[in-house]
Design a protein around this ligand. Structure first.
Ligand SMILES: C[S@@+](CC[C@H](N)C(=O)[O-])C[C@H]1O[C@@H](n2cnc3c(N)ncnc32)[C@H](O)[C@@H]1O
Length: 234
């Protein structure tokens, strides 16, 4: 594992990026794909199709010895439920990957009524080659998301868990987040000694993803990953 883990953030569309860079040798993919609210030019059916295709590209880009982890929160549209876990399963079946686990991350205390968005998030893990091991078992329900860098962020506690799992169950030592937003996953991966690659279409978010660090109090030489922002034209 590198002493000074690296971070590269590509400011570009993840769809062609994933096609171009697959297979991501030595990498696991951990991401939270955009909701319909972030792709408002699409109809619900078009977004569902886009979502499954994007999930499929993430799964196909992950090498057999890596894992693909999705952090997704369901939505309600016109009084009907859209289960993003189901959409991920559809992509996984097409890719030939098996589900290793399905965790529930509480966004609100249990028994709290909710209407539009559920009180939980799905944390889903798939792989073609990796298998879960009995000697290392973890909770199925996480009581908290942990720190959130913004409203659409991956909860930091889930990022921590994803890193722990990757380190204990795979030989991959680079985490790729193709929809990295502010870079929560990248920052946590670097903190855990893993190299990180992010892709983000929004310029400001990509810039933020390059510079996000949680443990500012540590000596820069110990905590700072070497960090690169690659513009879309590069
Ligand atoms: C759910 S958010 C990810 C949040 C991120 N995990 C974090 O903790 O900040 C989805 C991100 O995907 C980005 N996005 C949407 N479409 C994209 C695309 N085609 N390629 C790359 N990024 C995209 C959005 O700008 C948004 O920042």
């Amino acid at each position: 594992m590198s002493k000074h883990p690296s971070r590269t953030v590509y400011c570009q569309n993840a769809i062609p990026w994933l096609k171009e860079h697959a297979p991501l040798e030595g990498c696991s993919v951990v991401t939270s794909m955009p909701d319909i609210s972030g792709l408002s030019h699409l109809s619900l059916d078009e977004w569902k199709e886009w979502f499954v295709e994007a999930a499929l590209l993430c799964l196909e880009a992950t090498p057999d010895d890596g894992v693909t982890i999705f952090y997704q929160t369901d939505i309600k549209v016109d009084g009907t439920w859209v289960d993003k876990g189901y959409l991920c399963h559809r992509a996984a079946e097409r890719s030939g990957a098996h589900m290793l686990w399905h965790k529930i991350v509480c966004r609100k205390p249990i028994d709290t009524p909710s209407f539009g968005r559920p009180g939980y998030t799905h944390l889903l893990c798939y792989s073609r080659g990796v298998r879960d091991r009995v000697e290392q078992s973890y909770a199925d329900v996480f009581s908290t998301q942990g720190e959130m860098t913004w409203s659409r962020a991956m909860g930091r506690a889930s990022c921590e868990f994803a890193c722990k799992y990757i380190l204990s169950h795979t030989k991959t030592r680079t985490v790729v987040d193709p929809f990295c937003g502010y870079g929560t996953m990248l920052a946590v991966a670097n903190e855990r000694g893993l190299d990180a690659i992010g892709v983000e279409m929004g310029k400001k978010r990509a810039q933020k993803a390059r510079t996000l660090f949680f443990n500012e109090e540590r000596e820069p030489s110990e905590s700072r990953a070497s960090s690169t922002l690659v513009a879309a034209d590069d």
